[in-house]
Design a protein around this ligand. Sequence first.
Ligand SMILES: Cc1cc2nc3c(=O)[nH]c(=O)nc-3n(C[C@H](O)[C@H](O)[C@H](O)COP(=O)(O)O)c2cc1C
Length: 173
Amino acid sequence: MEELFKRIHTEDIQENVFKLIGTDWMLIAAGMPDHYNMMTASWGTAGILWSKPVIITFIRPQRYTYELMEKQAFFSVSFFGKEHKDLLTLCGTTSGRDLNKMGIDGLSSVETPNGTIGFKEANLMLECRKIYFDDIKPEFFQVFDIEKIYPAKDYHRFYIGEIIQAWEKKPIA
Ligand SMILES: Cc1cc2nc3c(=O)[nH]c(=O)nc-3n(C[C@H](O)[C@H](O)[C@H](O)COP(=O)(O)O)c2cc1C
């Protein structure tokens, strides 16, 4: 990990988080080095909570990633350049139940000292410890058109991840 990425403070992340998450998309990875899975997400938020830097991901219960998120204390969120958009589309349209995403060409895993999975091709990776989760509850919607997003009533579970380390790709020497 340390050969390819350097540790940075979350305050030194230069990119606009709205663009990173909403436009460029993120890849959420969960699991163990010998059995992990990843999915694309474009809904989420990053900031400060309980005086900690956090990222909050929203995962529907039918995702394979959800199953792995439930089992592990750590997960990661990675951001890539435009050239990887096709791979993000693949990870966002195919389930790990149907395709072994560990074998996808162009997404090579890398492990942090803590055992969290990231990807060599990423520009930025946020290593997270799950510190809280809850499910979206329809009875609390204050704007009623949000319900339309859930015709199957598959309300997202959100995971608040404390960012224990931000890793930025080192420039190629
Ligand atoms: C651009 C994009 C954004 C997505 N955002 C989310 C999201 O925020 N939450 C979610 O549950 N699914 C989201 N998805 C859908 C999952 O990535 C998709 O269902 C994926 O196949 C799940 O993979 P898995 O079953 O291997 O976990 C998104 C898909 C795309 C293409």
